[in-house]
Design a protein around this ligand. Structure first.
Ligand SMILES: *Cc1c(COP(=O)(O)O)cnc(C)c1O
Length: 228
């Protein structure tokens, strides 16, 4: 095993053991918590050791970047579960539906329509999270909290497979209140899945009900050029 393969395997084991430990404290089953390894900016060579170490679920924030890396990895290792965690332009919806198992960034009616159309054309329905702009930040993706009921209704009519809500809380502030708010919104709308928690706050997210953790740097290391 190379040093990097060793490191990848240790980092993965460390994150998984933190998830198991926190789940236990929360009285939850670790198997109800999905770790999405966010591999954006890292190439196929850097991703492969994580697959060898047992990780099959990966997240990317750009459709085109994922297209350059994952088809070859899937050829080599077999099926992987891919999650799109970044903003999606409607004109890339068909490419996204073709490649991704789950889309976490559905945040507007035009995108609901584009995904529904792509799903019909490809005969493939990705799972979807509605992204909520939970901190009401002007520069952030996600629908406004007030717009959520209308967007959910639109998605229901379009027969999107909406499984839950996703959010990225404001940076440099305590995430817990935002996670709690997202959990309340999901509960109010009868949605079971919660995509929340990243490297710095995934344990808090587990305590507040997260079902899908999106963890990048704790696994791959700090990103040099972050284009999140
Ligand atoms: C990059 C990214 C992550 C992972 O962030 P880390 O802090 O590196 O764990 C999670 N979610 C989204 C939407 C991202 O863009």
């Amino acid at each position: 095993m190379s040093d990097y393969e060793q490191l990848a395997s240790e980092r993965l084991a460390s994150v998984n053991s933190k998830i198991a430990h926190t789940a236990k404290i929360a009285g939850r089953k670790a198997s109800d918590i999905n770790l999405i390894a966010v591999s954006k900016t890292y190439d196929a060579e850097a991703i492969a050791p994580f697959i060898s170490a047992g990780q099959r679920v990966f997240g990317e924030n750009r459709v085109q970047e994922a297209q350059t890396k994952f088809p070859a990895l899937i050829d080599q290792f077999g099926a992987l579960e891919l999650h799109l965690v970044g903003q999606l332009q409607s004109n890339k919806a068909e490419d996204a539906v073709a490649l991704f198992h789950t889309i976490h960034s559905v945040d507007r009616e035009s995108l609901v329509t584009a995904i529904a159309r792509a799903s019909d054309r490809l005969g493939k329905r990705p799972r979807c999270f509605i992204q909520v702009n939970i901190g009401d930040e002007p520069q952030k993706g996600g629908c406004a909290i007030e717009a959520l009921p209308t967007l959910l209704e639109k998605a229901r009519v379009a027969t999107l497979d909406v499984v839950g809500l996703m959010a990225v809380p404001p940076a440099d502030t305590e995430a817990a209140p935002y996670f709690a708010l997202l959990a309340k919104l999901a509960h109010d709308h009868g949605l079971a899945a919660l995509s929340m928690g990243m490297t710095n706050d995934f344990e808090t997210a587990i305590m507040l009900g997260a079902t899908h953790l999106r963890v990048g740097s704790a696994l791959f290391g700090d990103r040099v050029a972050d284009h999140a």
